[in-house]
Design a binder for this molecule. Structure first.
Ligand SMILES: [Zn+2]
Length: 465
């Protein structure tokens, strides 16, 4: 299994070999989370909770089922999701009066209730989020974590007094994302989607896109500004200081289990997973290297080391299985534990412990007395290096072109005047999807690749994973 040779096959194999998921469940695209995979997802969820709680969002949990008439209220939204929803039509043997659908996302579940919760300006901003499973009938080929039909999903939903406050929320989302992405070692670009590719019902959509080693893009999530597009049909209104009734402006932010897929895809290698320390269930694995006659001394020293690291707050595991050290190295490399400590008689005599980094394979000898300090330093360094390396790979994976002939298998950056006709032609000629224009005001001085008009806006595009 070689990542560089057949990325797609490598990915499919690695998620199973590392035991992140069990694909044998009899519904396509609905996979079982194994204990190991679920712990990784839970770590990501806990980071999300931490950041959203810290920015005064309240966690909620809305019902899974949405009545058809509520779903149908925002016309663009229903049109966008119509072909993807699962319907519940019967209760037992009796057809339901109003059909119910499994949430593909929760706007239409939440907003009728938001219209009851929001009464006055004192209720604003209303900042909520939930982490639940959503359901979308994916028609393309399914792939674990990346293209599934039951999706473990994070969604924040906010209501604001006006457009400016909603814009402030979008900026706060960018800041939160920047913090989270460092923990996950996932670089990304914020790209404002085209009018024809924005979220159904949104005023605008910003995609959070990363690049996979295959040269294909992967959308990690999205942030939407709805303006009053949903508050009008759902009648989410408030009374302002002057007694005037106004519609709220809304935003959402969504991310999913794709984050797990991205970590696997971007950091994994031919030996298996490479987990960022903040995500890793086991950050450090201790492997005692036993030699004849010294088993007891080494075992005791390994257990002491384990207790010391555990007490310091490191997620550590002592592998005392009765198998050769080589087998343990292999297994933990496959599982992606960021750091391995080897403890043998020879090192012990010198007062040393061998450290092996999973991301680089680099080995070093450290003083036994400084193990806790060294472990924390190296884990922090691993996280930093993984992020920097991945960001460099993402940046190196972009080709700036002035013509759409013979495009490389990369993320493509070119000039676009912003006109819809030119946009469609760019997509048709390149065979790629326009991801959008950078929201950070990236400098560009060129011409539209179709009509030749001067433009200061680059556009990014890629084939999607
Ligand atoms: Zn043009």
């Amino acid at each position: 299994m070689k990542k560089a040779e057949d990325f797609s096959e490598w990915y499919n194999e690695i998620v199973e070999k590392a035991n992140l998921t069990d694909k044998r469940y009899p519904i396509k695209g609905m996979n079982v989370w194994t204990p190991y995979g679920w712990k990784i997802m839970q770590a990501i969820d806990s980071h999300i909770r931490e950041e959203f709680d810290a920015t005064n969002h309240q966690e909620v949990c809305f019902p899974l089922l949405i009545p058809e008439d509520q779903f149908a209220k925002e016309k663009a939204h229903i049109k966008g999701f119509d072909s993807e929803v699962f319907w519940v039509t019967h209760a037992g043997l009796n057809p339901l009066d109003v059909k119910l659908l499994l949430r593909p996302t929760s706007e239409t579940a939440m907003y009728p209730i938001f219209s009851l919760w929001v009464r006055s300006h004192a209720d604003l901003p209303l900042k909520t989020y939930q982490i639940v499973n959503t359901f979308r009938y994916e028609t393309k080929q399914t792939r674990a974590f990346i293209r599934v039909r039951e999706i473990h999903f994070f969604e924040s939903h906010t209501c604001h007094a006006d457009f400016e406050d909603a814009e402030r929320q979008v900026k706060e989302d960018y800041d939160v994302l920047a913090v989270l992405s460092k923990k996950w070692c996932l670089p990304y670009r914020l790209l404002r989607r085209t009018e024809w590719d924005k979220f159904p019902g949104a005023f605008y959509t910003v995609g959070i896109d990363t690049l996979l080693p295959s040269g294909r893009s992967l959308q990690l999530g999205s942030i939407h500004q709805y303006m009053e597009n949903f508050s009008k049909p759902y009648e989410i209104k408030y009374e302002d200081e002057n007694g005037e009734h106004k519609y709220v402006h809304q935003t959402t932010f969504g991310m999913s289990e794709r984050l797990v897929g991205a970590v696997v895809a971007i950091h994994g290698d031919d030996k298996g997973l490479v987990l960022p320390p903040e995500i890793a269930t086991t950050q450090v694995v201790i492997v005692p290297v036993l030699s004849k006659g010294e088993t007891e001394t080494v075992t005791k020293a390994a257990r002491d080391l384990f207790e010391e690291l555990k007490a310091s707050g490191v997620r550590v595991h002592l592998d005392e299985r009765d198998v050769r050290p080589g087998v343990k190295y292999y297994d933990w490399e496959l599982k992606g534990a960021p750091l391995r400590l080897e403890l043998g008689k020879r090192d012990m005599e010198k007062g040393k412990v061998t450290f092996v980094r999973r991301d680089t394979g680099e080995k070093s000898l450290k003083d036994r007395g400084k193990v806790v300090q060294e472990t924390k330093q190296i884990l922090a360094l691993v996280a930093k290096d993984m992020f920097v390396r991945a960001r460099k790979e993402m940046d190196d994976g972009v080709a700036t072109v002035a013509s759409l002939d013979k495009l490389p298998e990369k993320m493509i950056r070119t000039g676009w005047c912003g006109g819809e006709d030119c946009g469609h032609e760019i997509e048709a000629k390149s065979g790629m999807n326009i991801l959008g224009i950078p929201v950070d005001g990236e400098k560009f001085d060129g011409t539209c690749v179709i009509c030749g008009k001067p433009t200061r806006t680059p556009v990014y595009m890629a084939r999607a994973m």
